[in-house]
Design a protein around this ligand. Structure first.
Ligand code: 8YV
Length: 323
């Protein structure tokens, strides 16, 4: 039997590529650049499966074409707001993602950003590298104590809970949670967490706020200038979810006016572009979308994609179908 034709839009960890090449008739995008939406649209006439990543844009228009051969988009990543999953469904195309396997590493990175912003680690390192350190003094680069502080978590899914676990049991933080739909009591109890109904209620009560909700149009600019003003003066905002959840220009203003104390961002609205206003902010730590970037996790994500793909091809329901 002919092997299914599979397009991989970016290069993946070698161990996963080797396995998938044994299983399928695989074509890789060999360039270091993402494919354009029209390239992907055209590929849908040729390939049975496409394995996209966060750098691919699969909006409604991409599916508006005759002769689509593609039956599954098996996304490499948990967030899939770059794919119009409803449009895919209306064309009979299944979309899957890779939950669970990246929760720990993403929460580790959110904690890294939280600690770096609170303890001014980026600023401190920049000072040393600029040979500008004049030596120890009692008032030098004073930060905010993390242990025992209050952390607000917006979005209490797998990654939000992994963050709560670290913050509660590693750092003795008090956990406040906001999620739609409300979180069951037994889940809250596992982290000694308190739930509030709205983000507006959560923000003024927290020293740190970490975003773990989905991206996409529904949550675009959820954190805007009005909500930044609701945060505790001197509070910190951490985002490892999706860039569009924060209005970046409003954040830059809040940082420069001292409305909030600092922020840590791993994701940006128009990656890889970063607005100058953010690049110029000292009380901001930025990382280039590294949430899941460990060898173990990137491999696990790849193998999870292959599992979904194999299930689909062999006629079973893929475990991570999202549409
Ligand atoms: C991935 C992520 O690296 O899984 C996600 O949603 O944001 C990242 O961890 C990226 O999506 C790869 O496509």
């Amino acid at each position: 039997m002919e092997k299914p034709k599979v397009l991989v839009t970016r290069r993946w960890p070698e161990a996963v590529e080797t396995r998938m090449t044994d299983m399928f008739d695989v074509t890789f995008n060999e360039t270091d650049q993402p494919l354009s939406p029209s390239d992907i649209g055209e590929a849908m006439a040729v390939f049975d499966a496409i394995l996209p990543t966060v750098t691919d844009r699969l909006s409604k228009e991409v599916f508006d074409r005759p002769n689509i051969r593609t039956r599954i988009l098996a996304n490499y990543g948990v967030g899939f707001s770059h794919i119009d999953a409803d449009a895919a469904k209306s064309h009979g195309i299944v979309v899957t993602n890779t939950p669970d396997v990246l929760s720990e590493c993403t929460a580790d990175l959110a904690m890294t950003l939280l600690l770096m912003t609170a303890r001014r680690a980026g600023e401190g390192e920049r000072e040393l590298r600029a040979s500008a350190w004049s030596g120890w003094r009692p008032t030098h680069m004073i930060g905010k104590k993390v242990s025992g502080a209050t952390l607000g978590i917006v979005g209490f899914g797998r990654i939000g809970q992994a963050m709560a676990q670290r913050a509660r049991f590693g750092f003795g933080m008090k956990i406040l949670v906001q999620n739609i739909p409300p979180v069951p009591d037994d889940v809250l109890a596992a982290y000694d967490a308190e739930q509030v109904d709205t983000i507006d209620e959560l923000l003024p009560r927290c020293d740190f706020v970490s975003l773990h909700c989905p991206g996409g149009s529904a949550n675009r600019h959820l954190i805007n200038s009005r909500r930044l003003n609701l945060m505790k003066p001197g509070g910190y905002l951490i985002n490892t979810a999706r860039g569009e959840v924060i209005d970046e220009l409003a954040l830059a203003q809040a940082l420069s006016f001292g409305t909030i104390g600092g922020a840590g961002l791993d994701v940006f609205e128009h990656e890889p572009q970063i607005p100058d206003e953010l690049l110029n902010a000292d009380n901001l730590v930025m990382l280039p979308h590294l949430g899941s970037a460990t060898r173990e996790t990137r491999e696990a994500m790849g193998f999870r994609v292959l599992e979904n793909l194999l299930d689909f091809i062999e006629g079973r329901e893929p475990r991570d179908r999202v549409n």
